[in-house]
Ligand binder design. Structure first.
Ligand SMILES: [Zn+2]
Ligand SMILES: [Zn+2]
Length: 310
């Protein structure tokens, strides 16, 4: 089979690989689509470490089993089930967790193997391409959204794959959405955002989710926050956050991060998505152009989500 393989930091190659074989509890999936995520860029650039290259990247897999069942595979690929985090419903923090497309070969390939317990049935209404971005941008974005509590005025900083999904969920929940980003303002307003621009939103925010991997935006978001508000950092990697006056945090403002997802997050989000209904805007690339997809994402040339199809 063909696969996009990370050989070393900065070195992604299209390779011919044997079709993988399954172990106990694993499923072989014929890959139909695999979403491209900002994390794939961090892996390529070495900002998030791949411990044992070569590794097939890609952690938003939509594929079918040999008996035709359509399943999705997310970033969380395996957890130990024994540690204090697994035992307390926080498997996203399991120190022994293995992640798809980092510790386990991922979906930028014609076939992938996944642990059956970490796969999700894909809602029927979603074609393969439209479903793929739900598996990371959607699921982890949804976890980030839950950490904003009952915030009415919600700011989204950066408007890529995750934000364009979460804007729709937030509007569905009756929140008012304000988008601060360099691009995508038109799409943001189309999806129900009340305001989209590059400067400060027209009124203070009750919560902000920072999707872009830019530490300065955490301070920017704090400046836009009403007392009691929260800034949620949704990415796995971010440039350093500059120092800022304590006054910006004072009055019970909080900053927190979101790490990975639990299977419960995934189930909840996939049940909710068709009810919104979340519509994903997708640009597809053949497997041969995986690197191009990543570079387009890096350059901000992708509107909505990029998806690779083998
Ligand atoms: Zn991701
Ligand atoms: Zn564990």
């Amino acid at each position: 089979m063909r696969a996009a393989v990370l050989e070393a930091v900065g070195d992604l190659q299209l390779r011919e690989r044997p079709v993988p074989t399954t172990g106990p509890g694993q499923l072989l999936l014929k890959v139909h689509a695999c979403g491209v995520c900002r994390t794939d860029l961090h892996l390529l650039d070495g900002e998030v470490t791949v411990d044992q290259p070569p590794r097939i990247l890609g952690h938003q897999i939509v594929g079918t089993t040999p008996d035709g069942t359509r399943l999705g595979v997310p970033w969380l690929g395996w957890t130990c089930g024994r540690c204090e985090y697994c035992a307390s419903g926080r498997e996203n923090l399991c120190p022994n967790a293995r992640f798809t497309g980092r510790d386990i070969d991922g979906g930028f390939a014609e076939y992938a193997v996944a642990d059956e317990r970490f796969c999700f049935p894909i809602p029927d209404g979603y074609p393969d391409l439209q479903a793929a971005p739900l598996l990371c941008g959607g699921m982890i974005g949804y976890r980030a959204l839950r950490f904003t509590g009952d915030a009415t005025r919600l700011g989204l900083y950066g408007f890529g794959a995750a934000a364009h999904i979460i804007a729709q969920v937030a509007v569905h929940e009756g929140r008012r959405v304000f988008v601060v980003s360099r691009k995508g303002h038109e799409l943001a307003r189309e999806l129900g955002a009340e305001w989209a621009g590059t400067g400060a939103p027209p009124e203070p925010l009750d919560a902000a989710i920072v999707f872009a991997p830019v530490g300065e935006l955490v301070v920017t978001a704090l400046k836009h926050l009403a007392p009691g508000g929260t800034v949620v950092c949704a990415g796995i990697h971010m440039s350093d956050i500059p120092t800022f006056p304590y006054d910006l945090l004072w009055r019970e403002r909080t900053i927190r991060s979101v790490a990975n997802l639990t299977r419960a997050d995934g189930e909840e989000f996939l049940a909710l998505a068709p009810r919104v209904p979340v519509m994903t805007h997708v640009t597809s690339y053949p497997l041969e152009q995986t690197e191009q997809a990543l570079e387009d994402l890096r350059a901000g040339r992708v509107t909505g989500a990029a998806v690779v199809t083998p």
